[in-house]
Design a protein around this ligand. Structure first.
Ligand code: GLY
Length: 637
């Protein structure tokens, strides 16, 4: 479609159509439309604090710290170490992450009630040897499945920094639940069993029977390297009873990880140096070098987390003003969410001024006008992500311009309620226009946790090893996978990464540089400056769209925590230029299909749009929900 600036009369006509379209779609009639059965605990109000993570054992580890009188940071650190054991294919001590903290009392001042927002960045960094042309002559898979894929892990340094600077409990205390889970074992849940069995199948160990999910051992034709990697992982993460034969992991199997227990004990005893120097560091480097990568002991010893200023945004919903606290670069999440909301706000203002209503007055998140408006704002923000965002320590990034009211107004002015535009139209300026049929990888290689405590402090923390089981490089005897975060760089100029994300050359690797991330830990404050919601997700670029929709469900539609995460979601990341819905969404709302197609959207499906953990304020305390897409569960009281 031809880019143009809409005229007021065209706008009025379009909005009238749009409002009628919303009526025709039966707005207000889809309450409770989710794929999932609402659990009893969905209505629980937690008065003293709560943790929502994607595994019940990890949530309980954090809740235990709250019981001991610890604060939200203690709970977040305990939860994260436990996730390293119970979700070893998603996150853990071989990866990195971002932590956004809101403390109601700034510990660095004597002024009571002086709140503070803190962002701790423990994103992985490229090894010193890795320059912009590192992948030019290497096989494509090297940035995902080899030692070249491994960036310097940041999780141990970041968690210990958070604990020492803003926590109140001891290292041993907060790490004990993780050590116990690794030593005493935990039950394989459906998500774990499926991740491990998929790996065994992918590596040629087990084969699915036709038409059923039964797996049987395969004895022939297996690439020895893939087989070795699968065996390596399986023996460490599979059930004890299974170590002399191969069978699928079954739900309910007890899994232990004595090797990771030993590593965690070493860190509990010696702190950061127990991981970044000495024998553990040596094994880690050896594993990466055996797999061809350039990591050195010096790379590990030099790793430091950084504290950065929070990224702030605002949003008005149901006559209340909210403040968003997000992660700054190298997270693209904060900037993309704040931009999307900024453009959406200006767009709604313009429509209200012209016709007295806007997509933000939608009664439900399934209103086609709302979905169109949100998708169009996302396309602008994702186009800017591709064009401009990178590690600001290495590249100039126009953050002020991207977050300026002028750009929000321009972005809004360039949207039309009745139609979408060609891809080149979006963003401050854009790169590339290919709508290649990219397969968007599912991402179980990330994990989010949300915490609030009895004092009203909050932590939103997202961690990752990038793709499921990361690089598949597993240091001998250490019981954890190393990340493949290097693939979040632009490894080859103008080629998309595993998530189909196009990124500019500003995101090429350089020694010590952090790859651009989509992780979006987010805290929302209400008009009184109190924490209203804590949210975040896993899911590659769908982290951004998943987090944003769950938060908007609470702000615009006053969803309870469960409904906010369980509702079906959609995703648009500018390129590929397809508006994708979770399965069943379009079938349940046939009018969406016609209304959105008429507006020029190419529609598609996507298995899931992120896995969100959310906590929201309610009368008398908090509601919490772990996304049923992965099987987590909140814990608190
Ligand atoms: N590795 C996923 C992300 O950081 O966006």
């Amino acid at each position: 479609m031809r880019p143009n600036t809409r005229s007021v009369s065209a706008l009025c006509l379009a909005v009238i159509t749009l409002v009628c379209g919303a009526c025709a779609s039966g707005s207000g009639s889809d309450a409770g439309f989710t794929y999932f059965v609402r659990p009893d605990r969905a209505s629980t109000v937690y008065r003293q604090g709560v943790v929502a993570s994607d595994h019940p054992v990890a949530s309980r580890a954090g809740a235990q710290m709250l019981e001991l009188g610890g604060n939200a940071v203690d709970a977040a650190v305990a939860t994260s170490f436990a996730l390293s054991v119970v979700r070893p294919y998603s996150c853990g001590i071989g990866g990195g992450g971002f932590m956004v903290i809101h403390l109601t009392d700034d510990p660095t001042t004597d002024v009571a009630g002086d709140s503070i927002n803190i962002c701790i960045d423990y994103r992985e960094r490229a090894p010193q040897a890795m320059g912009p042309s590192w992948f030019e002559d290497r096989p494509d898979a090297d940035s995902r499945l080899s030692g070249h894929a491994v960036a310097i892990p940041g999780t141990v340094a970041g968690l210990l920094y958070a604990l020492e600077t803003y926590g109140t409990l001891g290292r041993q205390q907060v790490m004990q639940p993780a050590i116990d889970a690794a030593r005493d074992g935990f039950e394989a849940d459906p998500h774990f069993a499926s991740a491990l069995n998929d790996l065994l199948e992918e590596s040629g160990y087990l084969e699915r029977e036709d038409g059923t999910v039964t797996l049987r051992p395969v004895e022939r034709g297996i690439d020895p390297q893939r087989r070795a990697n699968a065996a390596h992982l399986f023996w460490r993460f599979g059930p004890e009873s299974n170590r002399d034969r191969y069978r699928p992991v079954e739900v309910g199997d007890t899994l232990t990880n004595i090797e990771q227990a030993r590593v965690l004990e070493q860190i509990a005893a010696d702190g950061k140096d127990g991981f970044y120097r000495g024998p553990i560091a040596r094994r880690l480097v050896d594993a990466v070098r055996d797999a061809g990568g350039p990591l050195t002991m010096e790379d590990l010893a030099s790793y430091r987390p950084v504290e950065s200023d929070a990224l702030l945004g605002s949003f008005e919903a149901r006559d209340s003003e909210y403040t968003l606290i997000g992660m700054p670069l190298p997270s693209s999440g904060g900037i993309t969410i704040v931009q999307t909301l900024g453009i959406l706000t200006e767009y709604a203002k313009q429509m209200r001024a012209h016709v007295g209503t806007s997509a933000l007055e939608a009664q439900t998140p399934t209103d086609p006008a709302y979905i169109h408006a949100l998708a169009e704002c996302l396309k602008h923000a994702f186009a800017n992500r591709a064009r401009w965002l990178a590690d600001p320590d290495f590249e100039p990034v126009p953050v002020e311009e991207l977050l300026a009211r002028e750009w929000f107004e321009t972005g809004a002015d360039r949207l039309h309620p009745d139609h979408a535009f060609e891809t080149e139209y979006y963003g401050l300026s854009s790169i590339g226009s290919t709508n290649a049929a990219l397969s968007l990888l599912e991402d179980s290689g990330t994990s989010h946790l949300s915490v609030v405590d009895q004092w009203g402090n909050a932590v939103a923390c997202t961690e990752t090893i990038n793709l499921v089981f990361g690089s598949r490089v597993l240091p001998v005897g250490l019981g954890f996978c190393l990340n493949n975060e290097i693939d979040d760089f632009t490894t080859r100029s103008s080629e998309p990464n595993a998530f189909g994300l196009r990124q500019s050359d500003a995101n090429l690797p350089e020694p010590g540089k952090r790859p651009l991330s989509s992780m979006s830990p987010t805290i929302v404050l209400d008009g009184q400056g109190r924490v209203f919601a804590v949210a975040g997700a896993s899911g590659g670029p769908r982290i951004i769209t998943g987090t944003l929709q769950a938060v908007l469900n609470t702000l615009l539609f006053d969803d309870d925590a469960w409904t906010a995460v369980a509702r079906p979601r959609f995703h648009h990341q500018w390129l590929p230029d397809t508006l994708r819905f979770e399965p069943g969404y379009l079938d349940a709302h046939p009018v969406l299909q016609s209304e959105l197609t008429e507006r020029g959207h190419e529609l598609g499906t996507i298995p899931e749009v992120g896995v969100v953990q959310i906590i929201r304020r309610v009368e008398g305390g908090w509601q919490a929900a772990s996304d049923p897409r992965k099987g987590g569960e909140p814990a608190g009281r």
